[in-house]
Design a protein. Structure first.
Length: 209
């Protein structure tokens, strides 16, 4: 079965009964030079093509994370939308952004990252303007990602993985002084230019440390 939904922000196509070998073959054939992201959950494959309303906050999040790391003087390893997958659990996903923060030393000198041998990223960011057809919480939980930030274009939520469930939190685990309320406030300043927004964010971070 093929089901397709679209909006001004995203277009999603869901394929059913896709084997793991087909999923891996697809990844290998299309490579990483593509304009869409995928999620795989035990035979269900979702292909999402992001548009402007999706990509703009993705870029903002990445710049905010960089500023946080820079001002805190910590090393991070940015992994972007790398494919996170494990055959044993039959699940895979490509986040909008993901980062190694606390576990950065464990992957610093690696040229390739594979969750079969490497730890999962410490933080993943998901921007879902429209509803996904797969259970992303279940996928990230099975992959062992400790923290997830979820943004739907209006509301930002922080989640922490506790055993096998994601629990909503008011503060980040990777950056403990960052509250979800304050971070969300930077996404509502729509009348401010991007450079001014980044300067404002940097000033806020400096005031916190």
């Amino acid at each position: 079965m093929i089901a397709t939904t679209s909006s001004l922000a995203e277009q999603r196509t869901l394929l059913e009964n896709i084997s793991w070998s087909t999923f891996e073959t697809l990844l290998k054939e299309i490579g990483d030079k593509r304009g869409y992201r995928i999620a795989y959950d035990e035979g269900r494959l979702e292909i999402m093509s992001p548009l402007y309303e999706h990509e703009n906050p993705k870029i903002k999040f990445d710049r905010f994370i960089f500023i946080l790391a820079e001002e805190l003087g910590i090393e991070i390893k940015s992994a972007g939308s790398m494919t996170l997958k494990r055959k044993r659990v039959q699940k895979g996903i490509e986040p909008d952004n993901c980062y190694y923060i606390q576990s950065e030393p464990a992957v610093r000198d690696r040229e390739e990252l594979d969750l079969e041998t490497a730890p999962p990223p410490d933080l993943a960011i998901e921007i879902d303007i429209t509803s996904s057809s797969v259970d992303k919480f279940a996928i990230y939980s099975a992959l062992g990602v400790p923290e997830l930030w979820l943004y739907n274009g209006r509301v930002l939520k922080f989640y922490q993985l506790v055993e096998t469930e994601y629990i909503e939190r008011d503060f980040s685990i990777a950056f403990p002084f960052v509250s979800v309320a304050e971070m969300a406030g930077f996404f509502t300043r729509t009348t401010m230019g991007e450079m001014a927004l980044l300067k404002s964010f940097r000033t806020w971070v400096k005031g916190k440390i």
